[in-house]
Design a protein around this ligand. Structure first.
Ligand code: OGA
Ligand code: MN
Length: 294
């Protein structure tokens, strides 16, 4: 059966109808989803009653999955599969994380606008986030359209940005929240990596800003000047007209293209209600510096 797509925002984002993710994905549907991702950047599939293995199988249809998840205290994992990111407020026993738990502090970094795995030398292409348990209010996820944000810049600003290279690290994004409690091992693992600030989006040919809270420097710029400029650019790129807010329903599967969108989590009462979201992440083809220049 062929799929249909209903836009949920004037610029990007659509709801997909006609897919059943409990079953192996027919090739023609995988191609339709790929084309819709190039157009919309964010898709939601509603009412998908899938388990971890089915979510992993669906993700694999779009490319290699990231093997390692970026968490602290990984010895206390709740989930079985190494490729499954635990985007929840639960500990390894399924209890709400204690207020001062290091994993809770670290996960608060998701409240900052970011692009997944921009701190890895080959970053993420798609993320697939499934809602197993969602809180009664709050805990929305917001998305911002980075191709629209690029298009809205004047030509002079575009020229200034076009060839810039930024360093990204988890240490930079967590540093913005004052989190600095790392082991030597984590510091080594999360050494900054370079990424283009402007990318040509492969599937659409359009240019896109590649912004993320993980940015901590721009090559060739003094740090305060770089960070002041990045902050201005973040404000520009996350104006309400570029933003879609997703109100979660249980068994929603959200799929987004990290090459041309940013996202962030919104607050909820995480000491009162469980929120159990799980993510698989598809790797991009190569480091952004090895991809087409803008
Ligand atoms: C993610 C993420 C936001 C949220 O899964 O990568 O940033 O709302 N999630 O939990
Ligand atoms: Mn994320």
């Amino acid at each position: 059966m062929s799929l249909s797509f209903t836009p949920l925002h004037p610029l990007f984002m659509a709801e997909v109808n006609g897919a059943d993710l409990t079953k192996p994905l027919p090739e023609d549907q995988a191609a339709e989803i790929g084309a819709a991702m190039d157009r919309y950047a964010v898709l939601v599939f509603r009412d998908q009653d899938i388990d971890d293995a089915q979510q992993i199988a669906f993700g694999t249809a779009f490319g290699p999955l990231e093997a390692e998840t970026a968490t602290v205290d990984a010895d206390k994992r709740r989930l079985q599969h190494a490729q499954m990111n635990d985007i929840s407020n639960l500990d390894e026993k399924g209890q709400l994380l204690a207020a001062d738990d290091r994993r809770r502090m670290f996960a608060l970094g998701n409240r900052l606008w970011h692009s997944d795995s921009s701190f890895k030398s080959t970053p993420a292409r798609y993320s697939l986030l499934h809602g197993r348990v969602v809180p009664p209010e709050g805990g929305e996820t917001e998305f911002a359209d980075m191709r629209a944000a690029w298009d809205a810049l004047d030509a002079k600003s575009q020229d200034k940005l076009r060839d810039l290279v930024c360093d990204h690290s988890l240490l930079f994004s967590r540093g913005l929240l004052g989190f600095s409690d790392y082991t030597d091992d984590e510091r080594r693992k999360w050494e900054p990596v370079p990424q283009r600030l402007v990318r040509r989006h492969e599937g659409s040919g359009r240019l896109s800003l590649y912004l993320s809270a993980h940015i901590g420097r721009i090559h060739g710029w003094p740090v305060p000047e770089a960070m002041a400029m990045i902050r201005d650019l973040m404000e520009h790129a996350t104006q309400r007209e570029f933003v879609y807010r997703h109100n979660w329903r249980r068994q929603d599967l959200l799929m987004w293209d990290n090459r041309c969108s940013m996202h962030r989590a919104r607050p909820f009462e995480d000491r009162a209600y469980p929120r159990d979201l799980r993510r698989v992440t598809i790797q991009d083809s190569r480091p952004t510096l090895e991809q087409a220049a803008a």
